[in-house]
Design a protein around this ligand. Sequence first.
Ligand code: C2E
Ligand code: MG
Ligand code: MG
Ligand code: MG
Length: 281
Amino acid sequence: IQKEEEKSDVRVFSVDMRKSQLREQQLKEGLALALQNHEFHLVYQSVIDNQTNEVSFCEVLLRWELNGELVPPHEFIPIAEQYGLIHEIGEWVLMTACAESKNWCFGDKVDISVNVSVPQLLRNDFIGIVREALFSSGFPATRLHLEITESVFANNTEVMFARIKELRSLGIKVSVDDFGTGFSSLSQLQKMSADIVKIDRSFIASMNEGGQAIIQATQYMAKQLGYSVVAEGVETKQQADELSDIGIGCSQGYYFSYPMTIDKLAQWHQDYKQGKRNDLT
Ligand code: C2E
Ligand code: MG
Ligand code: MG
Ligand code: MG
């Protein structure tokens, strides 16, 4: 009987492999057509200033609807990167985010924050693309943040640091995303000199099982180095209160707001100001 089971395990395994290959193929082909088929849209998640309780900035998140199904970014972004499609897609995200949000009706104080993949940042034309997005939309550089995932700093650090410097000289803020999960150390924060550290949500989720120590250490170092700190994945009032007590500058998560399309955002912001929070998403 054992032999039989082993055999069927092998068969199941190869069926799974085949399935994931087919899936990758489907997504790769779909992604190549997604822009021209208008299958992308953007959603915005508000990030709250813990001191004032006001919206500090909104993170822009890409959504892809393929044949009525929302494919999650963690599934398609790596494929877009692997097959070189991220450049075109990333350019669309930047252009669209700047154009969509320049007419925001809730004042001048809210920044927008766009995720950028490492291969985008490393390309020589990246700064030009960012400038073009700002120029053609009229969106001010000083209200744009770019989020880069920490693991990237493991490679090509010199090019990365030079790019970051150039972006900051334009007035753009640079954020280190998912901090604590990748290869970068606190000392690299000093070398790269960016503006914002986003603590990965796994540490917020495990706050009562050791995560709090990492959050406090990051907060302390970040403050010394002149970084602002954002906590990701804040889902409960208790987490929000504890983070605020630690002195974390901003909190982002479902407790405050789900990501939503830009046309819902203004209304959400109105309702938020009246104290309704996320009951309305
Ligand atoms: P990220 O940049 O760390 O974005 C935050 C992710 O956490 C988003 O997932 C958001 O929906 C989710 N999130 C927010 N609050 C909570 C919460 O309270 N609990 C939990 N469990 N999750 C929360 P999403 O939209 O699925 O995006 C996943 C990742 O895909 C992003 O992680 C980012 O790395 C990447 N991504 C998304 N849009 C883009 C894009 O336009 N360009 C690039 N290069 N990457 C993108
Ligand atoms: Mg991000
Ligand atoms: Mg990320
Ligand atoms: Mg993140």
